[in-house]
Structures are given as C-alpha cells and as structure tokens.
Design a protein around this ligand. Structure first.
Ligand SMILES: NC(=O)C1=CN([C@@H]2O[C@H](COP(=O)(O)OP(=O)(O)OC[C@H]3O[C@@H](n4cnc5c(N)ncnc54)[C@H](O)[C@@H]3O)[C@@H](O)[C@H]2O)C=CC1
Ligand SMILES: O=C(O)CCC(=O)C(=O)O
Length: 546
C-alpha cells in the first residue's frame, strides 16, 4: 500500500485517481503548519503539492519513505530539487496543464492594465461615473517583449500578435527557428530588448540564474511610459525598484500575479496606497481555471501513481534521463558505464579530481537521450551512470542517477564530456579519471552479441568481461609471474574462471585481469602485493544485476 499525502487543494480529477487506486492510502491535509507538515510526511511514499508547500531539506529529512513528489503545476521553485535528488526522490510536475490558463491571465492583466479596468470598476461600484478619468492605451501597434519564450511565452505571443502587437522575445535557450515560426523577433540582448518595448511580460522559471534578473538596471532600461507584467514568479523582479519607478512616473504601470513573498505583507512595495492607480494585482491565480486545475491534478496524479508502481511516467524534473526510454543496446552501455565507474573507484588511489567521458560511435550521436536535469548537470546518461558506479563503491548503493552528478559537484570533481568517431569498435566508451597524482583510463564496448567487454585499461589492450569478481594486477613483464598468481590462488582455493593479459610493447610491464569464483583472502592479497614483481593488485566485485 502506498501512502500518498496531498498538502494543498488539488482538483477532484486528481483526488479521484488516488481514491480509486486499490494500492493507495490517500490523506489530504491542507493548511498544515510547518510542525504539522514535518510530522505528516514521516511515513508517506508520495507527496502531492501546488506552489504553497515549501519542501526543503529538513522536511525531506523527515520524509524517510518518500519516493515521489508530484507538483500539480509547473514551477518547482518551492521544492529543493538538489536535496530531493540527493535522497533519490523523484520530482514530477504537470507542465502542460495550466499553460493556457496562465496565458489568458497574462492577457487579462495586460488589458486590465492598459485600460485600468480594476480602477474603473472600483470607481463605478463606489457610485462614481468618471468616464474621462479612465483614458487608456490600445495594444494594437504596440511593441511587446516576452522574456522567456517557452510554453506560456509562446501562447502569449500568438495572442498578442492577434491583437496587432509587434512581438519580440528574449530567451537565450530556444532555437531561433521556434521564434521565427511564431512570428516573433528573437533578441539577444536583454537591456536592448527592454529599451524597445511598450509592454514587457516575463515567463521564465525561478532558478538560481533567473532570480533577480529584472533589477533596477533592467527596469531603468525600459522605455519611459512602458508597462511590466509578471505572471510567472516573485523573485524574478526587484519589486522595490519597480515601485520606485512607478512612483516617479517613469513606468506607466505594472501587473503582478506572483510575489516574492506570498501572500505579500501589508508593507509590500506594490501595495503602497499611492500606487493603486498604476497597478493591477492578483493573488497568484494564473492557473486557477477549472480546466487547468483539472488537467494539472490529473497529470500529476497519473504520473505519481505510475512512478510509485514502477511503471513508465512523464515529467520528472530531476531525473537526468529515463532509463526505460533507452533502447536495449543503450541500456547495455549504460550498465557498462556504471561498471567502469566501479572499476575506476577501485583502481584510483586518491580522491578524484577530473573525469572525462568520451562517447565514440553512431549509437551516441542521436538526440533521444536529451538530458532534462536542471543546469548545471546536463550530462549524458552514460556519464551519469559512470558517476553512479564510481560513487557507489565508497558511498553505498543509495547513490542514484539523481544524486551522482550532485556528489561530483559536492566533491569538486570536474566532469568533461566529449564525442568522437569510432575506430576499431563500432561504439566505444572511453573514460579517464585522475586524482591529481595519477590516473586510470579505460575503454569498453558491447559486442554484436550484446556482451560487455573492457578492451583497454591504463593503456593496455585487454579483453576483460566486467562481471562477478575480478582480480587485477600490474607486474614487471618477467617469466614466472603468472605461475605465482596461479599458485597463490590455488593455495587459497580460489578458482579462476577467465584470464586476460595485456602487454605494452617496450614498457617492460604487463597487466593481468582474472575472473575468479571466490574472494581472495586479505592476507593472500597482501602477500601478492609485497612480491617484488608486482606493482599493484586489486579485487573488484560487480554486484549481480548491474
Ligand atoms: N502565475 C501562475 O499561476 C503560473 C506561473 N507559472 C510560471 O511560469 C513559468 C513559465 O512556465 P512555462 O512557460 O510553462 O515554462 P517553460 O519551461 O515552457 O518556459 C520557460 C522559458 O524560459 C526560458 N528561460 C530560462 N531561463 C531564462 C533566462 N535567463 N532568460 C530568458 N529566458 C529564460 C526557457 O528557455 C524557456 O523557454 C513557470 O516556471 C512558472 O514559474 C506557470 C504556470 C502558472
Ligand atoms: O499551482 C499553483 O498554485 C499555481 C500555479 C503555478 O504557479 C505554476 O504552475 O507554476
């Protein structure tokens, strides 16, 4: 039975899916204090939230059984993604469900702002009839700047163009072709773009990069008499600076649906009584339509249930890739990369400083492995899998695909990736990892029959099956060493299943790799290491099922 806790009001469409699930025990507790939330999360498998439940490290610490967080909406800035990832908690959002609701709210705010509808309404309902006081501006022919041309920004652009607006956008992360298709001019300089627009609307997520991206400098770059709309997130815009520019009359008006503190306190700069004529403010209701709420709740519930049940699901925001979407062949390489990580962690003597993963061959050239993890962890699945294997040797099996890139970051391990042409093998993964003093290099492939092979180790060509228990050593290439290995293992009653040797011509050194059926006793290993012909020796164990 999965215990699912819903901490906010989500639409009945989502609640019904949980209630109907025979394997779910549903609890809905809305408006919990922090102390109550800490207690309530203790034994839940999944949490479902909207934007009002902050999920930070402390709460995640209390949620010991938590595996999935479902966010019935888009923005996940209320969830500490890194902390969730470190604990192996998958965060799933519902990015498509409320796009049109937020779009329509933006247009509603824009119209309300330029025609001063809330002020006119308030005046009329107060018994006044002041037609000449409510002289507005028309949108037709005006320049609109859309900051963030994603789902909502695109839909806003389409509608603004239908109003006869001249639309441009600032979004360094989208393809120019996309803007072109929308009939939107893509500008690459934010300050310059701001200076041209009559109306600016922002639709970016709140991230470390975007926090405060519209500060005093940016607001001052805006055209005199322009309008600013924020139907995205508080924290993107310096509200204090905006209020000051509105007060000076430099900007004509601002409409906000989201605030840096929600609900905003009475002394919030945009709530100042002298600005009431110039602002339109709504209490974060951009996604509040029946249709959007029903859609996001259903999307979130469906995917949370699938994730709990181990079935394929969509919209995980902190998973570097979906293993189930990779082909069988790619999954063989994924597991091979993890084994290279295990091998490297056993062979490297110091703390890792730098790793380079090079993928060679056509298997790695397509784009279906697009990494969706938050910046700066946009690594290929194979790099992530290598890191997982590497860290699990010393950190234990709880290291997962989400936490592995974070562990690299935490430990100051610099990760580089490269792609290249294949040569001897159709596809090949090469890894070099260094600890500052020395390094370990490996290359590995999967044969046509699907067999994994390590074909290069520290510059030696070798043919090593990375399975079960391995005994690896490097030695002076002199007669008698192989005999000593056989005698030593025989005396310790360790059976040899496979024996691979590599030589580097002219080096006078050789490398041996044996597959063995049992562990080598520690004293036997130490005696072998002490042999003057032996440079180093290690045993490596690959758990079954990797
Ligand atoms: N007021 C409300 O109730 C709602 C607010 N939102 C907010 O709107 C945001 C946008 O939602 P979607 O359009 O669905 O997201 P999206 O992910 O489709 O679009 C975001 C766009 O911002 C761009 N971007 C990221 N960093 C940028 C930067 N530094 N400068 C310029 N562009 C940048 C991205 O490239 C992307 O194209 C959400 O993250 C959420 O915070 C979403 C739904 C409802
Ligand atoms: O879910 C909410 O409470 C608001 C919607 C929103 O801001 C979002 O989806 O990012």
């Amino acid at each position: 039975m999965f215990k699912v806790l819903v901490t906010e009001n989500i639409h009945e469409a989502g609640v019904a899916l949980f209630s109907a699930a025979p394997d779910v025990k549903l609890e809905q507790k809305v408006g919990l204090s922090r102390a109550e939330l800490l207690e309530a999360v203790a034994d839940v498998d999944a949490l479902v939230t909207r934007s009002g439940t902050p999920l930070d490290g402390e709460i995640l610490d209390h949620a010991r059984s938590l595996r999935v967080v479902g966010r019935a909406g888009v923005g996940v800035d209320n969830i500490d993604l890194a902390e969730a990832s470190r604990r192996g908690v998958v965060v799933i959002n519902a990015p498509t469900g409320n796009t049109l609701a937020a779009t329509e709210q933006t247009l509603a705010l824009m119209l309300a702002l330029v025609r001063r509808l809330p002020q006119a309404h308030a005046s009329l309902t107060a018994g006044q009839w002041r037609r000449k006081d409510f002289m507005g501006r028309q949108l037709h022919g005006k320049k609109l700047l859309v900051v963030g041309l994603g789902r909502i920004g695109s839909q806003v652009s389409i509608r603004a163009r239908a109003f006869g607006m001249d639309v441009s956008a600032y979004d360094p992360y989208i393809a120019p072709a996309r803007a072109e298709k929308l009939g939107v001019a893509l500008l690459d300089d934010l300050q310059g773009a701001l200076s041209l627009a009559d109306v600016v609307t922002i639709h970016v997520p709140l991230t470390d990069e975007t926090r405060g991206m519209i500060g005093l400098r940016e607001l001052k770059s805006m055209k005199a008499g322009a309008y600013f709309i924020n139907c995205a997130r508080g924290g993107l815009v310096d509200e204090e600076a905006l209020a000051a520019l509105l007060r000076e009359g430099r900007l004509a008006g601002a409409a906000f649906d989201a605030f840096s503190v929600e609900p905003p306190t009475a002394d919030h700069p945009l709530l100042a009584p002298d600005l009431r004529d110039r602002v339109v403010l709504t209490p974060h209701i951009g996604a509040n339509t029946q249709e959007a709420q029903s859609a996001v709740a259903e999307i979130a519930a469906t995917n949370v249930l699938a994730a709990l049940r181990g079935e394929p699901y969509e919209h995980a925001v902190n998973l570097p890739f979906m293993e189930s979407l990779l082909t069988g062949r790619k999954r063989r390489y994924l597991s091979l990369a993890r084994k290279l990580g295990i091998l490297a962690a056993n062979l490297l003597s110091g703390a890792p400083r730098q790793v380079t993963v090079t993928l060679r061959g056509s298997l790695f050239s397509d784009e279906d492995e697009r990494v969706r993890f938050e910046l700066p962890y946009r690594y290929s699945p194979y790099t992530v899998s290598f890191l997982k294997g590497f860290f699990e040797v010393h950190q234990g099996p709880e290291v997962n695909y989400m936490s592995a890139p974070l562990l690299a970051e935490d430990r100051g391990l610099s990760v580089d990736e490269a792609k290249g042409e294949a040569t001897t093998y159709n596809n090949l993964i090469e890894v070099r990892v260094s600890d500052g003093d020395g390094d370990v290099s490996m290359s590995a492939t999967v044969t046509e029959e699907g067999k994994q092979r390590v074909v290069g180790l520290n510059g030696y060509w070798i043919d090593l099956v990375p399975e079960g228990r391995l005994f690896l050593f490097s030695n002076h290439d002199r007669p008698g060493v192989i005999g000593k290995v056989g005698t030593m293992l025989g005396e310790a009653r360790v059976n040899i299943a496979n024996f691979a040797l590599g030589r580097r011509n002219g080096s006078g050194l050789a490398l041996g790799a044996l597959q063995i059926d049992h562990d080598v006793p520690v004293d036997v290993l130490e005696r072998f290491r002490a042999d003057p012909d032996v440079l180093w020796a290690e045993t490596v164990v690959f758990a079954e099922g990797i």
